[in-house]
Design a protein around this ligand. Structure first.
Ligand code: 3PG
Length: 328
């Protein structure tokens, strides 16, 4: 018997699946482009505090213009919203600067291998600071994550302690960002895109005085003369590209959070690191030893497993449930 409703349901479910697929593809692609331009800038002009500030400034500007010309509806926020956002913005700022400082000292691939340990930090912070407990396999999966990251760090040809610590601090800061973010977002009706916009604006306000204190206009000007004479005007384009792509990849990732569960988001984020690691190794011709690649592969595989078993359902089932949930 023909079901007149079925025809209407199937395309809308398919459309939503396609939409999530597009979000993921855009998120990963934008992230790869950001990482490449960011590293090109940092190689030529090593001022990570300035480049971090510019990324946030560019994102804030894009959003102010979008709100002014009504491409995006401005969010309705109150003082409570900004108060709840403050700790999230502090953590976002620390995590962002720390990752950029890391990438100014070591290969992009190495920063992201260490950053693939973020779920391990998440489990440890949730266990020891929040008293949350997890099934035993979640704790067991920490062994290959930490072991894989350690193996990759110990065999990294261009190891640098600031680069390593920067990625570790970024991991810790982003775990707190996610914890505060979840608390802050309860019951709020700001969309993912506007939530990220407000986060950028507040982070920019927090970061600017620190960037001036740590590096400052004199260092920036002196460094600029040298870098511009070596690279030429395209350095400006690289800076613009890293700033715009930083905002876009984050905006798309926060928009996807409106559609998928945080768990699927985490798995997506880990898978994203594979594309960044592989593409940056190819583009920057980073020397990699087989044992180093093995460490990274163990960490990332265990990372994905950890995220899956944090919930008792396999990844595909989770994805299906997300689609089912959003297609209702
Ligand atoms: C940053 O500069 O904020 C980091 O590169 C962020 O890394 P992630 O979004 O891949 O965790």
């Amino acid at each position: 018997i023909p079901n007149p409703g079925a025809a209407a349901v199937v395309p809308s479910e398919t459309a939503k699946k396609v939409k999530i697929g597009i979000y993921f593809a855009m998120w990963w692609a934008l992230n790869v482009v950001f990482n490449i331009y960011n590293k090109k800038v940092l190689n030529a002009y090593p001022f990570p505090w300035l480049t971090s500030t510019l990324s946030l400034a560019c994102g804030s500007l894009i959003m102010f213009v979008s709100w002014a010309v009504r491409i995006a509806e401005p969010p309705k926020t109150d003082l409570e919203f900004w108060k709840a956002l403050f700790p999230v913005a502090v953590a976002h700022t620390i995590g962002h600067v720390a990752a950029t400082v890391s990438m100014s000292k070591v290969a992009v691939s190495f920063t992201h291998i260490i950053k693939s340990g973020e779920p391990a930090f998440s489990v440890l912070v949730s266990r020891f600071l929040l008293g949350e407990t997890f099934p035993v396999p979640v704790y067991l999966s920490l062994i290959p994550i930490i072991g894989g990251c350690s193996l990759a760090a110990l065999t990294e040809l261009n190891f640098n302690m600031i680069g390593f610590m920067g990625a570790m601090i970024s991991n810790l800061a982003f775990v707190f960002r996610n914890i505060f973010s979840k608390k802050g977002m309860k019951g709020k009706s700001v969309s993912g895109m506007n939530y990220y916009a407000c986060l950028s604006i507040l982070s920019l306000i927090i970061l600017t005085p620190f960037a001036i204190a740590v590096e400052g206009p004199q260092m920036w000007a002196a460094g600029w003369e040298k870098a511009a004479s070596q690279i030429g005007p395209q350095l400006l384009w690289w800076m613009a590209a890293q700033s715009v792509f930083y905002h876009l990849y984050n905006q798309v990732s926060y928009m996807s959070l409106d559609e998928i569960s945080p768990l699927t988001f985490s798995v997506g984020n880990t898978m994203k690191r594979i594309s960044v690691i592989v593409s940056s190794i190819i583009i920057f011709q980073t020397p990699v030893q087989p044992i180093n690649a093995l460490g990274a592969a163990i960490a990332i595989f265990a990372d994905k497993k950890n995220t899956e078993i944090a919930s008792p359902l396999p990844f595909d089932v989770l994805l299906f449930m997300d689609w089912f949930y959003i297609s209702r």
